[in-house]
Write a protein that binds this ligand. Structure first.
Ligand code: FE
Length: 160
């Protein structure tokens, strides 16, 4: 019985020694951090659903979809500049689309929410979900299609 016990201990310790448990990804610390209650207060229901719950607005619903004015698109939650009008194009998807982001202000992640791998994108400052990036964008420029929820954005027109 004693031998069996020692054997078990060796087996357990051995297993533990072999398994390398590392966290999958380190938790990102965003410079703008608010409690869920604060976000709920500050954002509209749709903004909260998209930005904080990684939801998707109905296709064709955003008033920014056909916006062709010159200006900058900022995060609706924290005001960080995310996209500029020069990089906006009509993808026909029903969501505001850009061929590139403002580098450094957008963070990327991987999600499998609808069963296959997609590149998720979010505001690098507050972590608010914006949309996804696909590789079927305009070939003459970057080939990227940043498919963005209009509810996650605010448009600031350029001054004339
Ligand atoms: Fe933000």
């Amino acid at each position: 019985m004693k031998k069996l016990f020692i054997g078990l201990v060796i087996l357990l310790v051995g297993c533990k020694g072999n398994s390398q448990e590392k966290p999958i990804s380190e938790e990102t610390v965003y410079s703008v951090q608010k409690t869920d209650t604060q976000w709920r207060k500050e954002l509209s229901d749709l903004q909260y659903f998209v930005l904080r719950k990684a939801g998707t607005e109905p296709a064709g619903s955003s008033e920014l979809l056909d916006n062709k004015k010159k200006g900058v698109y900022v995060c609706a939650a924290c005001g960080t500049e995310l996209f500029i009008s020069e990089h906006k194009y009509d993808s026909g998807s029903g969501w505001p689309s850009f061929d590139r982001e403002i580098k450094g202000n957008v963070g990327f992640d991987v999600d499998y929410k609808i069963g296959y791998k997609r590149t998720e994108e979010h505001c690098a400052v507050c972590g608010g979900h914006l949309g996804h990036v696909f590789n079927d964008g305009p070939r003459e420029s970057t080939g990227q299609r940043h498919c963005i929820n209009g509810a996650a954005l605010k448009f600031i027109p350029s001054e004339k």
